[in-house]
Design a protein around this ligand. Structure first.
Ligand code: NAD
Ligand code: TDX
Length: 341
């Protein structure tokens, strides 16, 4: 084995795609997935790697100090990549507590263990939401790594808090850390509470497509595999103590995404229903990825036109994966969030 890499949150959307990326590209490395399987974690997602001798799954929370230390004692990881988080903004508005526990305190527990066991790199997967939002009428503005943190939701505040703690552990204890802040991801295995898979699932069932406000909010979309490539580069070659923005200059209004999904699936736009806006709804996200391009040579490889085609195809071919979710406990969440909205 060359290196042992602990991937937390690897049963979720981006973490699982990252595990597939590593397993393909570095078959000599050992991959250990640490995930407590919240509603967003799905063990069946990892089926294709589960039987590999170089892969291990451990069910535990990153907030469980004892379990984390036991794992680090057993595995002596070289690199730890932290994807584990509560990740949905709407849920954070309903119930912030678990966001603070997992996203902030869980990150602390992991970093304490990294210090204790001399881990060579702790990489924190953060988000562009820590910068707050940009106005819709200033398309010339972008988030750079120097943009001040200015959060809007309990989710983004918890991620920004974790980022500050990560940088403090670097400065105070010399922990070799790096942070990436990526724009909105899309692709296979995304939980159907997020915009793109939610709209695909609803359109296929001829259910209303709930667009918040006027649908004019802008997000900067990146295919998940491009995000995985960027993280892999940063954790191996990026400078410690540094933040790297990740994004592909692909800004789109929500309403245009929803219309595109209708078109691709041959569904009527009459399904689109404008609903009450999200509280504190961020207007526009737009990443300036110049630093990661300049320093590490990263560029996105998947054009949105291809990525969305591939994603829709994946949801059509993997109905069993998401239909099980949509028909289970998630149904109560959906009723609570969207009925009478
Ligand atoms: P997700 O919600 O799909 O997956 C999160 C995973 O973390 C799940 O498998 C869940 O079981 C696990 N988890 C949650 N709490 C845990 C805990 N206490 N201990 C161990 N495991 C726990 O999230 P995602 O969309 O894959 O996002 C992954 C990371 O990337 C998050 O940190 C998120 O903030 C960040 N991010 C996401 C996006 C995006 O567009 N989805 C963009 C930028 C950054
Ligand atoms: O039903 C919906 N209707 C709607 O109009 C949903 C679920 C969303 N929206 C809007 C809200 C946003 O403007 O679509 C946009 C995208 O929403 P989400 O998919 O919830 O993503 P967002 O809030 O932008 O946050 C995402 O990107 C940054 C991820 O969920 C975060 O984990 C990541 O950090």
């Amino acid at each position: 084995m060359d290196q042992t890499i602990v991937v937390t949150g690897g049963a979720g959307f981006i973490g699982s795609n990252f595990i597939f990326y590593l397993a393909d590209r570095y078959p000599q490395d050992r991959i250990v997935c640490l995930d407590c399987l919240t509603y967003a974690g799905n063990l069946s997602t990892l089926r294709s790697v589960m039987d590999r001798p170089s892969f291990r799954f451990v069910k535990a929370s990153i907030t469980d100090r004892e379990a984390v230390e036991k794992l680090f004692e057993e595995e002596k990881p070289d690199i730890v990549v932290n994807f584990a988080a509560e990740s949905h903004v709407d849920r954070s508005i309903e119930n912030p507590s678990v966001f603070l526990q997992t996203n902030i305190l869980g990150t602390q527990v992991l970093m304490d263990a990294c210090r204790k066991y001399g881990v060579r790199r702790f990489h924190q997967v953060s988000t562009d939401e820590v910068y707050g939002d940009l106005p819709l009428d200033r398309p010339d503005l972008f988030f750079t790594e120097q943009t001040p943190l200015h959060t809007s939701s309990p989710y983004s505040a918890s991620k920004a808090s974790a980022d500050l703690l990560v940088l403090a552990y670097h400065r105070t204890y010399g922990l070799p850390v790096s942070i990436s802040r990526c724009s909105n991801n899309y692709g296979p295995y995304q939980f159907p509470e997020k915009l793109i898979p939610l709209m695909i699932a609803n359109a296929l069932a001829d259910k209303p497509l709930p667009v918040y406000g006027k649908g004019e909010n802008v997000r900067d979309w990146l295919y998940v595999e491009d995000h995985c490539k960027a993280i892999d580069l940063i954790m191996r070659k990026g400078k410690t103590g540094e933040v790297y923005n990740i994004g592909g200059h692909n800004e789109m209004r929500n309403i245009d995404i929803v219309r595109l999904i209708c078109k691709k699936l041959g569904k009527s736009e009459d399904l689109i229903t404008y609903v009450t806006d999200r509280k504190g709804h961020d207007q526009r996200y737009a990443i300036d990825p110049a630093k990661i391009h300049r320093e590490l040579g990263w560029l996105p490889e998947t054009r949105f036109a291809d990525g969305i085609e591939r994603t829709i195809e994946w949801y059509l071919e993997h109905r069993d994966w998401w239909e099980e979710i949509v028909s289970g406990e998630y149904r109560n969440y959906y009723e609570k969030m969207y009925s009478n909205r």
